[in-house]
Write a protein that binds this ligand. Structure first.
Ligand SMILES: [Zn+2]
Length: 302
């Protein structure tokens, strides 16, 4: 029989929480949630690298080259039940992987995944918590079906991301602690944390937020979840060309002025050495990697 202290301590017993991202914030947060007895679904697409070891305490030298999600789940099994998905979450697999948990926590480092998650959670009325950390500042926000959504607050701005080189471990810990505190208060007492928390080294600020009347997601237009929009570059098979679907009409005249070596420009398309841009919103770009493709897209103002 567990004693009373143990019952009190494991306040998230039997509640399944899905955590996207087992990096800097994820490692801290997963450990805290496991200690509270939450059943965990851990999703991460990366493998452990040497540079992670300093700020990601779930991993050690022996884990280098192994999937983070698998290692994190293994290390937490002494505390709780944890399943892992070594996957890149997309509109095609999000339903199958998440399977309606009590709550989802975002510890990723990219806007694309957050917009997809926002659509999924709003559509299915699943509460979720967005976290971000960069340098010596972090953010935490609880999003529920009745609150402003991620897109209401951040639109499609590329937010803070958490990279190994520039983020303070104290901020990662504080962000994780705040996210777990909000999780506990919400799931066990039904208490809503209002607004956006900005987490600094020595203080925490509350920032009020409001619904955006023009937010497509809040109007039931789940374009990221339905795959009609993606900000993720997709490589075309057998080529070094990446496709990005912007989902909006593009101004080819002003884009034409920004591109070097334009070979063809009509009302519907511009073709340069590196880009093919269609007025209806599809862009092809030559690049060596998805991140280079993304940088090239951002560099021309898309
Ligand atoms: Zn919204």
């Amino acid at each position: 029989m567990p004693d009373r202290g143990e019952i009190m301590q494991k306040s998230l017993n039997l509640m399944r929480i899905a955590v996207l991202g087992a990096g800097g914030t994820g490692c801290q947060l997963l450990t805290l949630l496991a200690e509270q007895g939450a059943e965990l679904t851990i999703i991460d697409r990366d493998i452990v690298e040497e540079s992670n070891l300093l700020r990601q305490p779930l991993y050690s030298q022996d884990d280098i080259g192994m999937p983070k999600a698998v290692i994190a789940a293994k290390k937490l099994t002494s505390l709780t039940k944890a399943e892992s998905f070594f996957e890149d979450i997309t509109y095609r697999n999000i339903q199958e992987i998440l399977q309606r948990p009590r709550l989802v926590i975002d510890c990723t480092d990219n806007t694309e995944t957050r917009l997809l998650l926002n659509d999924y959670c709003m559509k299915n009325s699943i509460p979720w918590i967005h976290t971000a950390a960069s340098g010596v500042i972090g953010s935490v926000i609880l999003i529920t079906p009745n609150s402003p959504c991620y897109r209401c607050v951040f639109q499609e701005k590329r937010g803070e991301s958490c990279t190994d080189s520039d983020v303070s471990i104290d901020i990662l810990k504080s962000v994780a602690e705040q996210a777990v505190r909000i999780t506990l208060e919400f799931l066990t007492k039904g208490k809503m944390e209002d607004g956006l928390l900005r987490v600094g080294l020595n203080r925490i600020m509350h920032i009020s937020i409001s619904k955006n009347e023009n937010c497509p997601c809040c109007k039931g237009n789940y374009e990221f979840l339905e795959g009609r929009r993606t900000m993720l570059p997709e490589r075309l098979c057998g080529t070094s060309r990446y496709l990005i679907v912007t989902g909006r009409q593009l101004d080819l005249v002003s884009l034409g002025n920004r591109l070097a070596n334009v070979k063809l420009q009509t009302n519907d398309v511009i073709i340069s050495d590196e880009y093919t841009i269609f007025k209806k919103g599809r862009v092809l770009v030559t690049a060596k990697s998805p991140s280079e493709a993304r940088k090239k897209i951002v560099s021309i103002g898309l």
